[in-house]
Structure formats: structure tokens, C-alpha cells
Design a binder for this molecule. Structure first.
Ligand code: SF4
Length: 428
């Protein structure tokens, strides 16, 4: 496929949500066993004067039995258990509260980190599986104007162990009957707080720990893990080369740069075309079909012509490489971020399907207890809690949105140009 031109950040006009990649200053969380790979753990145990074999034993307790309680580690010498757990398994996250929804099949947990930062995870039980939606950052620097997390900015990146601790707790709770029976957590989606690809090294190591076999990791299937992004194009390329066939989900929400620039601020750096090129490249490298997440917002992005444009952009890069998940929002009367009508949703889906795009309306579990990243439902921006700067940016976006509602005058020639540009190009 032809290389896309590097798009430079544009000069911002008027108040816009601003991207932030800089963490606020915090001390580092204590070192934890699962921050390290298996070989690093063994080396660390040796450095601390323990047998390397103990590293594997304690890793088995962690990854196989979801256990950090020294009293249950009966294969370790009694004299060493407490010290080993204290040294290598410090408490990193503490549960603040659970919220239960969907008749007890969805549990959202608020966690406090060692420095007081808070994150959330959501555990969902389905007939055939349980899925954990996980956070990768405390806060988020991507500044999407519809998202409460984005309005608050980035507090800090989570460490690998802080990400994995959300999973270990969920596995333990599910196995011990939090849903009324013992359930295995088979699926993980990085759709909680944060942009996972903005915290790449910790997320990459967490992914390795999730899929590596015991005692190196939990031994989960990479196919059951989804990493979501709003469009960090260079990092998508890195992930494609990682040898981890996880599913990539792209939170697109608009097929045209005009609207997407306002919905997803990073689009002013990496445009829709470049993002879809990198998503297609991900498919080619990993063989994993890419999920295109598209929250349907009434009269904002749910027009039939936008469905046609989306289909044209996807089809121009080949067939069968992407699957579109339209996401229904909660109806929120009076807000500009409100749900599409049933008729518009149907037309949008039918337009995609008719164009040969595989499309499934996404199940929005836990929608009555806030949405996760990419669902846009995050309390539809609690204006009480946003900064003045963010509120100004929000108001500016609200005002600009009107300009994106109408179909471009030269729409047919736009579609023809997309088809002409891409047809016949080969994958790189
Ligand atoms: S929608 Fe996702 S990427 Fe955007 S600000 Fe919210 S958490 Fe960050």
C-alpha cells in the first residue's frame, strides 16, 4: 500500500481540547513481581539472595491461582513466605467500591492506587464468557470532548503490575463466585480509562504477561484480548510488529476529518486516511480483523452519507479486513451527545451491510453505570467537574459541530476519488 504522507499537527484555531502526553509528577509505585518478565524475575530473586526457583513458585501462585496471600503459599518455606510476599507482591491497588448493574452480571469497580489516583475496571458476565474492561492510565490526555475522563486530563500512566492487578482481582472474584457461580475471565478489553497506546511499554508488557504461559503469565488467548485506540498511528504500527495477535479496536466515530478533528483531538495529528491505512496494515501483519468502533450520535455522525463514506473508505482498502461496531448511546435529551433514533441506526447499519461491510451493533453493558472509553457515554461530561479551559473548548466544539451536519456538496466525486486512489494498491 502506498505510504501516506506524514501529517503535521495543525495550528489550533480558537479554544480546542488540547492533547496532553505529560503525566503529572508522582512518585513511582513500588516494584512488583509482575512488572518483570520471567527471566527478569529469576534474576531479581537471585540478586535478593533467593533461589531462582522461588520466582517461578511465587509466579505460579500469582498467575495460576490469582493468589498473593503468603499463608496460602504452602510450598514456600514458612520462614520466607511473608518476607517474599512483602518484597515482591506489594499491594498496588485497593478497592474503593463496586457498582452492580445489568441484573448482577456487570460489576464496575473503582480502584485507588498507592498515590491516591483512581481508576476503574468493569467485569461483565456473558453466557459463554466473562470479559474485563481494564484501565491503562489514571485519567487520559486525549481530551475527547464528549468524555469525562478526557476532560480531567492525564494523571499518570499505570505500571504493568497495576494493569495486571485489575485482572488478577477480577479472575479471583469471578472464580470465587462473584456472579453466583465460578466463572473464568477469558476476555480482556483495554477500553477503560486512558489511551492504551499512549502508555505503550507498560501495556505491551501487560499483554505479554496476559498471554505468556504459566509461570511467565496468565496463559490467556491473545485472540480474546482487545486493545482500543483513538488513533495513535505510529504506535499501531509498533503493536503490529509485536508478535501479539490481539484484536485492535479503532474508536473512529466519524469517517471525515472535518467532524473527527472536533470529536477526537488526535485526529488533527493523524487523519482518518492515515489511521485506516495503519489499521489495515495491522490486519495484514497479524491476520486479526480490526474492529471499527462508531458511537452513533443523533444528527452528528449518524447520517446515511457518512455510512456510505465509511463503507467507501473501508472497501477502498480491501474486503473483509474490518468489522464495524456501531455503538448506541444512552438517550440524553437536551444534550448534543444524544442517541440516534432507531430508524437512523437501522439505516446506518443497512447502508454498511449493503456495501459488504460486516457490522454488528455493540452490546453496551453497564451503560447504566457510565460508559467506558469509546462508548462516549461517560456521563456526557459532568460539567461540574471540568476545568474552565475544558469547558470553553467543549463550548467551541459544540458550536462547530453544526458545520458538520450537512452532506458535502461534492460528495459523489469524493466517493469516486476514494475508490480511484485506493484501487489497485498493494499492501506493504
Ligand atoms: S474517550 Fe478514551 S481516549 Fe478519549 S479522552 Fe476518553 S478515555 Fe481518553
Amino acid at each position: 500500500m502506498k505510504k501516506t504522507k506524514q501529517v503535521m499537527p495543525r495550528v489550533e484555531q480558537g479554544p480546542r481540547p488540547s492533547l496532553s502526553f505529560t503525566e503529572q509528577r508522582h512518585g513511582k509505585p513500588p516494584r512488583h513481581l509482575v512488572d518483570l518478565s520471567r527471566s527478569e524475575r529469576r534474576a531479581m530473586f537471585a540478586n535478593e539472595g533467593y533461589s531462582q526457583f522461588r520466582a517461578d513458585q511465587i509466579s505460579r501462585h500469582y498467575f495460576e491461582h490469582n493468589c498473593i496471600d503468603p499463608d496460602q503459599m504452602t510450598d514456600l518455606p514458612q520462614t520466607q513466605r511473608t518476607e517474599l510476599a512483602k518484597t515482591f507482591l506489594p499491594q498496588l491497588i485497593t478497592k474503593v467500591r463496586d457498582q452492580i448493574a445489568d441484573g448482577g452480571t456487570t460489576i464496575k469497580t473503582l480502584w485507588k492506587l498507592f498515590d491516591g489516583a483512581v481508576v476503574e475496571s468493569v467485569l461483565m458476565k456473558y453466557p459463554d464468557r466473562a470479559t474485563l474492561c481494564i484501565s491503562s492510565q489514571a485519567g487520559c490526555g486525549m481530551a475527547c470532548p464528549f468524555c469525562a475522563t478526557g476532560q480531567a486530563g492525564l494523571t499518570r500512566n499505570l505500571t504493568t503490575a497495576e494493569i495486571l492487578e485489575q485482572l488478577r482481582y477480577a479472575r479471583k472474584a469471578a472464580a470465587e463466585g462473584v456472579f453466583g457461580e465460578s466463572v473464568r475471565v477469558t476476555n480482556v478489553v483495554f477500553m477503560g480509562m486512558g489511551e492504551p497506546l499512549a502508555n505503550y511499554s507498560a501495556v505491551r508488557d501487560a499483554l505479554h504477561r496476559m498471554v505468556d504461559p504459566v509461570p511467565a503469565g496468565f496463559g490467556m488467548s491473545a485472540r480474546n484480548i482487545t486493545v482500543s485506540t483513538v488513533g495513535m498511528v505510529p504506535v499501531i504500527k509498533k503493536l503490529a510488529n509485536e508478535g501479539l495477535p490481539v484484536t485492535l479496536a479503532v474508536s473512529l466515530h466519524a469517517p471525515d476529518d472535518g467532524l473527527r478533528d472536533d470529536l477526537i483531538p488526535i485526529n488533527s495529528r493523524y487523519k482518518v486516511g492515515e489511521l485506516l491505512d495503519s489499521a489495515r496494515h495491522y490486519f495484514v501483519r497479524t491476520g486479526r480483523r480490526v474492529s471499527i468502533e462508531y458511537a452513533l450520535i443523533k444528527d452528528m455522525n449518524d447520517h446515511q452519507w457518512r455510512a456510505e463514506l465509511l463503507a467507501a473508505e473501508l472497501n477502498s482498502r480491501g474486503r473483509g479486513w474490518a468489522h464495524v461496531n456501531p455503538i448506541p448511546l444512552n438517550p440524553t435529551p437536551g444534550s448534543i451527545w444524544t442517541a440516534s433514533t432507531a430508524a437512523d441506526t437501522r439505516t446506518f447499519v443497512q447502508t454498511l451491510t449493503k456495501a459488504g461491510i460486516s457490522t454488528t451493533i455493540r452490546d453496551t453493558r453497564g451503560s447504566d453505570i457510565d460508559g467506558a472509553c469509546g462508548q462516549l457515554a461517560a456521563e456526557v461530561v459532568d460539567r461540574e467537574h471540568v476545568s474552565r479551559r475544558a469547558a470553553q473548548a467543549q463550548a467551541a466544539v459544540d458550536a462547530r459541530i453544526d458545520a458538520h451536519r450537512s452532506e458535502p456538496q461534492d460528495f459523489d466525486s469524493t466517493l469516486a476519488a476514494i475508490a480511484a486512489t485506493k484501487n489497485g494498491e498493494s499492501d506493504d
